[in-house]
Ligand binder design. Structure first.
Ligand code: CP
Length: 363
């Protein structure tokens, strides 16, 4: 069964096919308006969302299909303690495909292991957000005309920003990618992305701590929000929250064709005065996201049982009683029946199989 849990569940060729189909739908949406008549998408959102949930909803409606689900799990039987697996087993008998957003990292993966229909990870905690990645890729292609050979600056919360982690993984498969990481010390990109993605795939990257220093080099500036809900310590949040703000003055230093992306929602990291700049692509990005999600739903339903489109082989994983996952928000620490499981990363570090956190010694 073909699911989308991590951006690398799709081959580069599959990603390119989805992006190309998204562009074709954007150019002629009427051609696809009955493509999924009588089909149903379930959106199971355990965490707040505006864009992703409504974009999936609009996407399915524009394909002629229907949508069911919940936007607030506290109004479902989750409030009575139902596990994500049981919920997905039940919903799979009502819907042809399921999009799940969950605050617990690894929850969409665990759901995919028992699901009878394709599962789409619509964002799991700080871990991954692969449909935002598809949105980002189609936006880069639409704005610049190509994805290869770009210098992209990631700015803001690179530590907890799942969209950043997923996009760097996806870009690592394109040629000529140069990454500049612009973040305060507290919010730097996790080592595992630097080691297992950038170094392993040979992506050039460097770290700086202000936008002005590098903005003139960038083809894409990817801004992110400093997310209060990801901080365990509120004082730390207060200290860094205004660190990296894009304004019109900084934009005067940028290339004429640079594109400013942001997964949104923004708080104050891009001032509203930037919105009228033609290089501000973040609201167009939302629109492209609907078209690429239409393409994704069509392709996953087409590929779901096609042996030519298998899921990648899972990484080798093992249990070890001396170790535990250090992430309180990981599925293996939140659902008792999900066993702790680990993998050895390319850089030789033992990581949680579900959430990629570094393993800790069991006390
Ligand atoms: N970009 C994004 O995931 O937005 P929402 O949280 O509103 O879905």
């Amino acid at each position: 069964m073909k699911h989308l849990i991590d951006p690398t569940d799709l081959t580069k060729e599959e990603v390119d096919q989805i992006v190309e189909l998204g562009e074709a739908i954007y150019a002629d949406p009427g051609k696809y308006r009955d493509a999924l008549k009588y089909h149903k998408l379930a959106t199971l959102f355990y965490e707040p969302s505006t864009r992703t949930r409504l974009s999936f909803t609009a996407a399915m409606m524009e394909l002629g299909g229907n949508v069911l689900g919940f936007a607030d799990a506290t109004n479902s039987s989750v409030a009575k303690g139902e596990s994500v697996e049981d919920t997905v087993k039940v919903v799979g008998s009502f819907a042809d495909i399921i999009a799940i957003r969950h605050h617990i990292e690894g929850a969409p993966y665990v759901a995919s292991q028992i699901s009878s229909v394709p599962i789409i990870n619509a964002g799991d905690g700080s871990h991954a957000h692969p449909t935002q990645t598809l949105t980002d890729l189609i936006t880069i292609k639409k704005e610049l005309g190509h994805i290869d050979d770009i210098t992209i600056g990631f700015c803001g919360d690179l530590r907890f920003g799942r969209t950043v982690h997923s996009l760097i993984k996806a870009l690592s498969r394109y040629k000529g990618i140069n990454v500049i990481l612009i973040a305060p010390d507290e919010l730097k990109l996790p080592d595992y992305i630097k080691q297992d993605v950038c170094r392993k795939q040979g992506i050039a990257y460097r770290e700086v701590n202000n936008i002005e220093e590098v903005i003139s080099e960038l083809d894409v500036l990817y801004m992110t929000r400093v997310q209060k809900e990801r901080f365990l310590d509120e004082d730390e949040f207060e200290r860094v929250k205004d660190s990296f703000v894009l304004d019109s003055k900084k934009m005067t230093l940028a290339k004429e064709k640079m594109a400013v992306l942001h997964p949104l929602p923004r708080v104050n990291e891009i001032l509203p005065e930037v919105d009228d700049d033609p290089r501000a692509a973040y609201f167009r990005q939302v629109e492209y996201g609907k078209f690429v999600r239409m393409a994704l739903i069509l392709k996953l339903l087409e590929w779901k049982d096609d042996p030519a489109h298998p899921m990648p082989k899972p990484e080798e994983n093992f249990s070890d009683r001396r170790l535990r996952c250090n992430n309180a928000r990981c599925i293996c620490n939140c659902e008792q029946h999900v066993p702790q499981s680990f993998r050895l990363s390319d850089s030789g570090i033992i990581r949680c199989f579900y959430c990629d956190s570094r393993a800790a010694k069991n006390n």
